[in-house]
Structure formats: C-alpha cells, structure tokens
Design a protein. Sequence first.
Length: 272
Amino acid sequence: MRQAELWQRQIIGAHHMLRLFLSGCLLLLAGFAAVPAVALEPSPAMHAPKLIEPALHLPRSDETGKIRVALTFDACMGEADQRILSVLVAENIPATIFVTARWLRHNPQTVAILRAHPEQFELENHGENHVPAVDVPMSIYGIATAGSRQAVEQEVAGGASAMQAAGLPAPNWFRGSTAKYDASAMDLIHTMGFRIAGYSVNGDGGSLLGAALAEKRISTARDGDVVLAHINQPTHAAGEGVARGILALKRRGVTLVRLSDVADMQDGTLTH
Ligand SMILES: [Zn+2]
C-alpha cells in the first residue's frame, strides 16, 4: 500500500471514530435530558390520570337581595401577608385559612393571632409539604405531585397532625397544593374523613395577578361564591388588591362567612 493511501485510510478511520464518539455523546445527553421527564411525567403505559379541580359553592342565600360569600385563603409556605390579615382583623371579617405544616412552623406569631380569634378564623388543612395530592408521579405547574397513595396519605395526615401539634382544632377540610387531584386520591382523602375544599372564584391567580385585577375579581363575587386567594405572599402586588377587594365586598353589604358556618355546601367540578 502506498503511503498516501494509508494516510487516507487512517483519516477516514479517524472520522468514523469521531462520528461514533459524537453520536455517543448525543445519546448520553439525550439520556440525561430524559431523566427528569421520566421521573415526573407518567409514561403513557401508566395512564396519566385525569386531573380534577373541584368547585365549591355556598347554597343560594334564602333572603332576596342578601349576598353571601366565603373568603378562603391558602397559606402555602413562606410568610404571612399582613396587608390582608390586618384588614381581616380590623374589620372583624371571618375567613377560612388553609395552612401547611411548613407555614405553621415559620409563622408562629401569625398563628398566635389566628388562634386568638377562634370565632373569626377557621383554620383548615393545606397539607404537610405542599405537594399536590395526586397519587401518580407527575408535575403540575412545575410542582412534583405526591406520586403514590402512601405519599398522598402522608401529605394529608401530616398537615392535620401539624395543626393539632400547634394547638389548633382538628381540621374538617383539606385543600391540596394546586387545588387539583386525581379521582383515586380524592376517594382516599374522603376515606380519611376530610371534605375537599374547592372554590368558585380564583381571586388572585395563584398570587400572580396584578393588584387591580385581584381587587376586581374579589369585589365582584356573587351570592354563593367561595373565593380563593393567598395570604402568604407579602411581596406580591396581588395581596394589595386582595385587601382592597375584601373591603369592597364589605362596603357592598356582602355577608362574609367561613366554610364551617354553612351546613350544606355544594360540590362540583370547575371547568376552564
Ligand atoms: Zn398552596
């Protein structure tokens, strides 16, 4: 073999090796990229569950012209929004507040204020670690779900026991992180003795709305509405609008109630 021919063969061989190496790298990269997706999204074989976002309404008020609305707040984690809490306390407005074990641990002073007004504030269960109560591993708004029946049970029971450990009455209602569930997790939560707290007005868009829009959504609530807003994001603009919206409801003469004040709550499913 002539020297030139030998070099050509070596060069072709080196190119081939390089291509093999590069395609190997790509496969490896693809493998890494697939890891979180495999961990969080159900594979088609697992049959991704249909997620349910339950609605909740108060029955229509008996008296003509009387408008009755329930204010419910989620305290997911983080701090307490004093803009909202101070309005509730100053105006003696009743509210139902869903707390996680994490939020209880980080906000002992606010918990003391809530406990000091038991006739005004009803505290209910928002879970232990704020993981969505879905018993299949997947991701909702980027939050990994509980992922198994046992983990859903732990989320619900852990939230309830943290409340009792903080000296609060045993909760009757559960509202999971993201307010979405699958049917089997809902059955489990009911079996554990909790009612599932849906809502009918998304008051603050997960605390991400601007103040004006949050104020409008809350101030225009209608008879029978259950408003959901957040009381744990003091740095978000939404909270300012929530506080103004509550005051506007009061000015309209709306009767504000807690979930425990109403015997016959009406469940349904929200459609988007
Ligand atoms: Zn939450």
